[in-house]
Design a protein around this ligand. Sequence first.
Ligand code: CTP
Ligand code: MG
Length: 225
Amino acid sequence: MNTAIIVAAGKGKRFSAKKPKQFLEIAGKPIIIHTLRCFENCSVIDEIILVLPAEEIENFRQLAEKFNLKKLVKIVSGGDTRATSVLNGLNAVNSLKTEIVAVHDGARPLVSNEEITNTIKKAKETGAACLVAPVNDTIKEISGGKIVRTVDRTRLRRALTPQCFRPEILKRAFAEINFNEAVTDECFLVEKLGIEISVVEGSARNIKITHAEDLAIAEIFLDRC
Ligand code: CTP
Ligand code: MG
């Protein structure tokens, strides 16, 4: 069995809307519903654990029924940092039954079926797999307002989600590695354990809604689905 943990307990400070960005609507549905539907419709996903702000959990149950989210088995409350939110989701995973756990940002509503399927498949083979995308711009290291050097972008990748692991690996990473608000993905903790993580090439379409302009881009992409 494969379990998705979808984290949607952030405050969306950089977006700075009246409510957290994951509850804003695109194409008539909240962003988080689009994200959940991607996993609901993916045949390799058996169940979904959703992490929400504590005060949203009761309201959300009705929404889950309305949008027929049959794989949504648990809703748990998030923490002050993304890592704590993931840990709360992970604590709700049944490790005995779960072969792979797929951690995904609630704010990424454009993830494709293929991206989810390929990342889970790779994690089954190797234990840990991260969806990535190329870096298209030329990257400069700067210091004191001046360019120090140009970084070789051919070896760089942007970390997307899902990030998929055997549950025992992710549990060990959370137990053994210290984390704080600077930890913005799960691979960071698994890297620190010294465990190799395979990469799976994803699409530039799989954007994370971070700033207000991302909403307009997501609207265009969703329109074409
Ligand atoms: N997240 C979470 N719990 C937190 C922080 C983040 O579940 N304490 C989730 C967000 O809801 C989002 C995902 O992690 O789906 C990616 O985080 P990010 O884009 O940084 O969202 P926010 O933290 O909400 O935004 P910001 O950093 O701008 O405040
Ligand atoms: Mg954040």
